[in-house]
Design a binder for this molecule. Structure first.
Ligand code: MRU
Length: 347
C-alpha cells in the first residue's frame, strides 16, 4: 500500500512507529486524529506529512456539519490551524493545507457539499502528483550516480517519507532499477533511528545492498575514501538554498566538503520556501527529551538527566553540490536556480 491512502471517508496510514518489527495500519476518521498522528510520528517525512495533511483537510470537510459555504470555510480554517501546529519545520504540511484552503475558498462553490467533494479530489491530486514527482526526481538524480557507487544516506527519505517511491532514496532506487550496482551506507539517525529502522527496512525489501552505520562513523567512511556521494532529503529549503533536514545533516555536509565528497539534497519544489530568505528563518522543531534519553524504550542516561532534542538542522547553501527537484538539477548559484526550478523554467 501507499504510505498514505484514502479509503471510503477515512485516511489509512502505515504506522511507522512499529517498523521494522510490525506492519500496522492506522485508520483515521477525523482531522484532529490526523494532526495527532503527524505529531506522534505515525507518519513522517516532509512529502508524506504534506499529503496526509491534505487528506486531513478533506476529512475536516466531511466531518463538518456546515450547511453553508461560510460555515464550511470557518470549520476548515480551524482544522488548518490544528494541522499547522502538528510539526513546524517541514513546509510541505503548510503548503498542502494552504492549497486546500485555496480550493475551499474558490468563489465558484455555492454549497458546502461542493467544497467537500473538491477537497477530496484535490487531496488525491496532491498524493498522485507526489508519486509522479518522486519518479521524476529519481530519474534526474540517477544521472549523478555511477555504476559501483557507495552512497551515504541520512534519515529516511524513501517510500515511507513520501506517498510512494521516495526522494533521496528514490534516486538510489532509480539508479538500482536502471541496472547500476549501488551500495548504501545507512546512517542510523539518532534519536529516532529512521535510518536503521525505516531506510534499512525499505532497502532490504527492494534488494538494494546496504550497511547500517552509527551516525558517528560517517566521517570515518568519508575520510577513508569509501563514500562517492551523499544523498539527503529536505524538510524546507530557503530561497538562498539553505537546507533544513534531519538533525545531523549539517555535520555530514561539512565533513563531505572537507573530503571532496559531492553532497546533494533531493526534494520536490513544494519543499522550497521562497518566502524565507535564508535558513536562519526556518523554525526548528524541538521534540521531547525522552527521544534522546531512551533507546527502544530503555533509559540510557541517569535518572533525572535532561536532554536537548532539535529534530532538524540547517545546512548552509555553500555546502550543497546541487539540489535535485522534479524540474531538474539545480547547481549554484542556488538562489537563482532554485527560483527557476520552482517557476518551472529551464535551470
Ligand atoms: O522527523 P522526520 O522523520 O519527519 O524527518 C524526516 C526527514 O528529515 C527527511 O529527511 C525529510 O523529510 C525529507 S524526506 C522525503
Amino acid at each position: 500500500m501507499r504510505t498514505v491512502e484514502w479509503q471510503k471517508g477515512s485516511v489509512r496510514l502505515i504506522d511507522q512507529r512499529w517498523l521494522p518489527w510490525e506492519f500496522q495500519v492506522l485508520e483515521l476518521r477525523d482531522p484532529t486524529a490526523v494532526a495527532e498522528a503527524i505529531r506522534d510520528m505515525v507518519v513522517r517525512g516532509a512529502p508524506a506529512i504534506g499529503a496526509t495533511a491534505a487528506y486531513g483537510m478533506a476529512l475536516a470537510g466531511l466531518r463538518s456539519d456546515a450547511d453553508s459555504v461560510e460555515e464550511m470555510c470557518a470549520d476548515l480554517e480551524a482544522a488548518a490551524d490544528r494541522l499547522h501546529q502538528a510539526r513546524p519545520t517541514a513546509v510541505n504540511l503548510a503548503w498542502a493545507v494552504k492549497r486546500q484552503l485555496a480550493v475551499a475558498t474558490d468563489p465558484q462553490w455555492t454549497s458546502a457539499d461542493q467544497i467537500r467533494a473538491a477537497l477530496i479530489r484535490h487531496a488525491h491530486q496532491i498524493a498522485d502528483s507526489d508519486v509522479e514527482i518522486n519518479r521524476q526526481m529519481g530519474a534526474h538524480g540517477a544521472t549523478l550516480v555511477q555504476d559501483g557507487d557507495t552512497i551515504l544516506h541520512h534519515c529516511n527519505t524513501g517510500a515511507l517519507a513520501a506517498v510512494d517511491y521516495g526522494t533521496a532514496l528514490g534516486v538510489v532506487r532509480a539508479a538500482h532499477e536502471s541496472g547500476k550496482r549501488v551500495h548504501v551506507l545507512v546512517d542510523e539517525t539518532r534519536p529516532r533511528l529512521q535510518g536503521a529502522r525505516l531506510t534499512a527496512w525499505e532497502l532490504k525489501n527492494l534488494g538494494i545492498s546496504f550497511d547500517v552505520i552509527a551516525d558517528n562513523a560517517a566521517g570515518h567512511f568519508m575520510r577513508t575514501g569509501q563514500v562517492d556521494l551523499v544523498l539527503v532529503g529536505a524538510d524546507r529549503i530557503a530561497a538562498n538554498g539553505d537546507v533544513a533536514n534531519k538533525i545531523g545533516t549539517y555535520k555530514l555536509a561539512v565533513v563531505a566538503r572537507e573530503n571532496g565528497v559531492p553532497f546533494y539534497s533531493v526534494a520536490p519544489t513544494s519543499t522550497i520556501d521562497l518566502e524565507l530568505p535564508s535558513g536562519d528563518d526556518i523554525p526548528i522543531e524541538e521534540r521531547p527529551p525522552e527521544e534522546v534519553l531512551t533507546v527502544a524504550g530503555q533509559s540510557v542516561a541517569p535518572e533525572g538527566a535532561s536532554a536537548r532534542n532539535p529534530a532538524f538542522d540547517v545546512t548552509p547553501h555553500r555546502y550543497l553540490t546541487a539540489i535535485v527537484t522534479e524540474n531538474g538539477i539545480a547547481y549554484p548559484p542556488l538562489a537563482r536556480n532554485l527560483r527557476r526550478s520552482v517557476e518551472g523554467e529551464a535551470i
